[in-house]
Design a protein around this ligand. Structure first.
Ligand code: DP6
Length: 368
């Protein structure tokens, strides 16, 4: 069954009768950040609909830069797509992107007559073990919706960011959240007006306590993950604890609403750490179960909890689907927390690798 936004979009496209646009060639480019989820998206239904809502902080440093040269000709029957990643052709990536763009033609009809040369690169090292699907699919989605506006001379229906989030979600769920600054929410949630399973929305009006929040990404294990997120989402279908987990996420989002409004760091850390531990508990209790934390991960988590207890600084951890730890902390406590990272945590990181990141302002247009 079609969801409401998709249904409306397809209806508007149908009503417009598929007008033919004159030939156009040009380029567009976007730099999009990655994001770190506070409430995790883990489990999905058909058509990339999440089994629970999620909320994330948009990062600043970890980004993907994507440039697209396009050549649109309504008479063209066979469009070509080429994709280069960090200057190299990678056939597996090109295949995935070509099939994604073919699916997106339903929502951006002019793509069927448009050849595309796509060039993409990340600001973070390929080997760092940081998932790039959120930033890369968001950057590509921003390029696709802006080139549609260029080709159709601004007549294509829909709000640009909402459509970009919708298109990004169909590439990778977490990418839906990366088109907004600061904090974003994806998934229909009681009490959050405008929330949707089809696209993310920006979260505004949170307390200034959380402004400029820092994220030290501690790279415990670089290299490729042993179990992909897609496989992880799929394992949730048969996880006996899944229904309880989905309720927990919904409850955590309700709790977060007042936590964010009131600037309650204690509540924020409690929700964030519970979410991180549950995410990994879901991995361990799947069939088959698996374990992505490494000894270094566990040591870091212990040290962070001890440090907070001893000092009262506003710092807590979260985890992605991997061994690396994100240490989120208040900008006001940055000096002390960064000293603690150097003295106590870097020794657990792969070659002392760490990325210093912080709450970012979302996508930036690349001017060429
Ligand atoms: C653990 O967005 O990578 O990072 O939709 O299959 O592309 P796909 O999965 P993906 O899953 C992200 C999972 C997570 C939690 C989160 O970002 O919410």
């Amino acid at each position: 069954m079609k969801q409401p936004y998709e249904k409306n979009l397809l209806e508007e496209i149908r009503k417009s009768g598929g007008p033919v646009y004159p030939p156009a060639a040009g380029n567009t480019g976007w730099s999009c950040p990655s994001n770190i989820a506070i409430v995790k998206y883990w489990g999905k239904k058909i058509f990339q609909i999440p089994t629970n809502p999620s909320l994330s902080m948009t990062l600043h440093e970890a980004r993907t830069l994507t440039r697209v040269e396009y050549d649109h000709d309504p008479k063209r029957t066979r469009r070509e797509i080429s994709f280069r990643f960090e200057g190299r052709e990678i056939p597996a990536f090109e295949e995935r992107i070509t099939s994604y763009i073919s699916r997106m033609q339903a929502y951006i009809p002019c793509l069927s007559h448009t050849s595309l040369m796509i060039d993409s690169r990340n600001t973070f090292p390929h080997s760092s073990g940081i998932a790039s699907s959120a930033s890369s699919m968001a950057a590509l989605a921003m390029c696709l919706v802006t080139l549609e506006q260029d080709i159709t001379r601004g007549t294509a229906p829909g709000n640009l960011l909402k459509k970009a989030s919708f298109i990004a979600r169909l590439g990778s769920g977490s990418a839906a959240r990366s088109v907004y600054p600061r904090l974003a929410l994806w998934g229909k949630t009681d009490g959050w007006s405008g929330s949707s399973d089809e696209f993310a929305i920006p979260v505004t009006g949170f307390h200034k306590e959380f402004e400029g929040m820092r994220d030290a990404i501690l790279i415990v294990e670089s290299g490729q993950k042993k179990v992909s997120s897609s496989a992880g989402h799929q394992l949730m279908e048969k996880n006996p604890f899944a229904p309880v987990r989905f309720d927990q996420a919904r409850g955590n989002l309700l709790r977060l609403q007042s936590i964010l409004e009131q600037g309650d760091w204690t509540g924020f850390i409690a929700v964030m750490e519970e979410e991180a531990l549950t995410l990994h508990a879901m991995m361990m209790t799947g069939k088959p179960g698996y374990l992505l934390m490494q000894p270094g991960t566990v040591s870091i988590l212990h040290r962070i909890m001890e440090f907070r207890e001893e000092t009262g600084y506003r710092a807590g951890f979260t985890l992605d689907a991997g061994a690396n730890v994100h240490l989120l902390y208040s900008r006001q406590d940055a000096g002390a927390v960064e000293q603690f990272i150097t003295s106590d945590l870097l020794k657990y990181c792969d070659e002392g690798m760490m990325i210093r990141d912080f709450m970012g302002e979302g996508p930036e247009k690349i001017m060429s």
